[in-house]
Write a protein that binds this ligand. Structure first.
Ligand code: HEM
Length: 411
């Protein structure tokens, strides 16, 4: 009762709250809601395997409250949402997941490395002479957008619009948009759909080596009907939206908050700069510490019970990945960053089970390439406090800082 999960203070620094939950209320019923928060590492792993009782069919939560008629009218001009991947349960989920696994293969991610390095260096070129930068605006935000756009096959000339559309998806998810912004977001989302409908048509007529071509042309095995078929326009649109939205804010937040942690811990910063071989494990530690997908929903399909707490059918369970990644039963001194932590990769920042993040390989590679280039070319990083806003956005699902402004020296 000492904590209010929704307070800015708790959002910024939830560690005492998490520890209290893990010790005293591992299944915590948030007052005046139908939400049950699960915080222990072992419990989240167990629940993630039980997709029958804990369903991912939370599409209604993503849509938010009923929009105004003029907003609905805009959405009705394009394709309606269907459940693929993150909001789908077995057997439906498998149909799409098999396809995405095929499309997101290691070979494609590896061939992306050179392109990612090029992007990272171009972004650094853009601010290196200034000795300071708006790190979020000039580096961590554009990086994942450029990378996913390129994976999908979006030409560079269209990137500005692509970013605006992506922001609209994120703002729609945050459910904090004003009525005017809701109209703007609907227009952007519909524009995205028509843009991709055109690309889908072009790729089916003239295939290229990109993800859209793979998604458009691969014949899927529909796990529900047993039918062999290509994806419908609704399914394609939904998959493309998820691929576009899921990786942007999360990767931005991981690199931003990782940088803050390193700057605030000079010994760790020194160690990573002295030995780039430590970057890969440091990335795991940053993912553990920051957990940009801080928590995700499950819908309870039948009355159930965990640690003596009765969870009624249709309740919402929040799997608090950020808490699990600070569980003292698994991680020693969990609030300290230790880039050499031997079990850093036991984190569950990418989830668990059938919904485990298909973009994990890509995100990890992107982070390693970003930190490698930053430490290769720059040193003496400092946070410019008066231009930074290190508070976290008020969002229960995503965990990201509002702003980070850095000063540095050229190496
Ligand atoms: C640091 C970056 C990232 C983090 C922390 C992250 C985290 C997660 C988590 C926790 C889940 C599990 C969702 C659940 O439990 O229901 C997930 C699923 C997903 N992620 Fe990521 N993600 C990241 C980057 C990416 C990237 C780069 C992409 C794609 C370009 C991506 C695409 C997806 C998709 C499509 C799903 C749904 C998978 C399914 O339901 O089968 N993510 N991600």
């Amino acid at each position: 009762m000492d904590f209010n999960f929704f307070d800015q203070e708790t959002l910024n620094c939830p560690y005492e709250f998490y520890e209290t939950l893990q010790e005293q209320a591992p299944v915590y019923h948030l007052p005046d809601t139908n939400i049950y928060m699960v915080s222990r590492h072992a419990d989240i792993k167990k629940i993630s395997k039980d997709t029958k009782t804990f369903s991912n069919n939370f599409n209604h939560l993503l849509k938010g409250p009923e929009p105004a008629p003029e907003v609905t009218e805009i959405y009705n001009r394009a394709w309606q949402p269907v459940d693929t991947l993150v909001t789908a349960d077995p057997p439906k989920h498998k149909t799409y997941r098999t396809l995405v696994n095929k499309v997101f293969n290691l070979k494609r991610v590896n061939t992306m490395a050179e392109y990612m390095e090029k992007i990272v260096h171009e972004l650094i070129d853009g601010f290196i002479e200034k000795g300071e930068c708006d790190f979020v605006k000039e580096f961590t935000t554009p990086l994942p957008v450029y990378v996913i756009a390129d994976q999908l096959g979006v030409p560079r000339k269209d990137l500005k619009e692509f970013k605006e559309w992506s922001d609209s998806f994120a703002r729609r998810l945050s459910q904090l948009a004003t009525p005017e912004e809701q109209i703007e977001d609907a227009e952007n989302i519909v524009a995205f759909q028509f843009y991709f409908a055109d690309m889908i048509k072009k790729r089916s007529e003239e295939p290229k080596d990109d993800m859209i071509t793979d998604l458009v042309n691969t014949v899927i095995n529909d796990a529900e009907t047993g039918e062999q078929r290509k994806l419908s326009m609704e399914e394609l649109q939904n998959l493309l939206q998820q691929l576009m939205v899921a990786g942007n804010e999360t990767t931005t937040s991981a690199i931003t908050s990782g940088m803050v942690s390193l700057i605030n811990n000079p010994q760790q910063m020194q160690a990573i700069q002295a030995d780039p071989g430590k970057i890969a494990n440091a990335v795991e530690e940053i993912l553990r510490m920051e957990s940009p997908s801080a928590g995700l929903w499950r819908v309870v399909t039948e009355d159930t019970e965990l640690h003596g707490v009765k969870i009624p059918k249709e309740s919402l369970v929040m799997l608090r990945y950020h808490a699990a990644n600070h569980d003292r039963a698994v991680f020693e001194n969990p609030t300290d960053i230790d880039i050499e932590r031997s079990n850093a990769s036991d984190h569950i920042a990418f989830g668990q089970g059938i919904h485990f993040c298909p973009g994990a390989m890509l995100a990890r590679k992107e982070m390693v390439i970003a930190f490698t280039a930053l430490f290769e070319r720059l040193k003496d990083f400092e946070i410019v406090e008066e231009k930074s806003d290190l508070n976290f956005w008020p969002n229960i699902v995503l965990r990201g800082r509002k702003g980070l402004y850095l000063s540095f020296k050229k190496k």
